[in-house]
Ligand binder design. Structure first.
Ligand code: VGL
Ligand code: ZN
Length: 195
């Protein structure tokens, strides 16, 4: 780490919390190892964004029971995050503010959407609030966080990835580390630590 101060939120920034849902936590249908470790870190960032009067977004995977990504339909995953089910709920310990902007994705059975930008109005909502840079944390590093970050960059947003607030599935060893490297090479800033 350099001696300069780490990046901190300022006007024009938003926090995007990706898929911190029960099914992605230990014990859930598609558990991310150590996934619950992101919760206290994200809560600290949420507190910081709120204190600065900056917007907080939360994406959620929100599938129909016959979603194409589920094994019964030939997809790679067990059923998870079925809309309105307990597994699709946000983690109980996640301190989302009452005015957090919720973005539901992958709501159509025939379309997978790992990115929070895919088939949603996330980009429009961010621009409407004058957001030019997003801080991203959540689950999982090698799937929905990666896709969301790469899409944010493609849509013209600057991106800060909160590396202490993400965890990987690591289906293949090193997937999470490779995903972080890919995001960095695409232009994202990797930001360790807490606010
Ligand atoms: C996710 C796999 C399938 C994620 C969602 O949120 O990372 N991964 N659906
Ligand atoms: Zn999913």
């Amino acid at each position: 780490m350099s001696g300069i101060q780490s990046v901190v939120p300022r006007a024009g920034d938003a926090l995007v919390v990706v898929d911190v849902q029960n099914d992605f936590l230990p014990g859930g249908a598609l558990a991310v190892p150590d996934g619950d470790a992101v919760i206290p870190v994200l809560n600290a960032w949420i507190g910081r964004f709120r204190a600065e009067g900056l917007p907080v977004f939360a994406t959620r995977d929100w599938h129909q029971p016959d979603h194409c990504s589920f094994a019964a339909q030939g997809g790679p995953w067990p059923p998870h995050c079925v809309a309105e089910s307990p597994g699709a709920g946000f983690a109980a310990g996640l301190a989302l503010p009452a005015d957090a902007i919720l973005i539901s994705k992958a709501t159509r059975p025939e379309a997978e959407a790992l990115s929070g930008f895919s088939g949603t109005d996330l980009a429009d909502r961010l621009r409407a609030l004058g957001v030019g840079r997003v801080f991203v944390g959540g689950l999982a590093t090698d799937y929905c966080v990666r896709e969301t970050v790469l899409d944010a960059i493609a849509a013209g947003f600057a991106v800060v990835v909160l590396t202490e607030a993400v965890r990987a599935v690591d289906v293949h060893r090193g997937d999470g580390a490779r995903a972080l490297d890919e995001m960095r090479r695409a232009g994202a800033e990797l930001r360790p630590g807490k606010p």
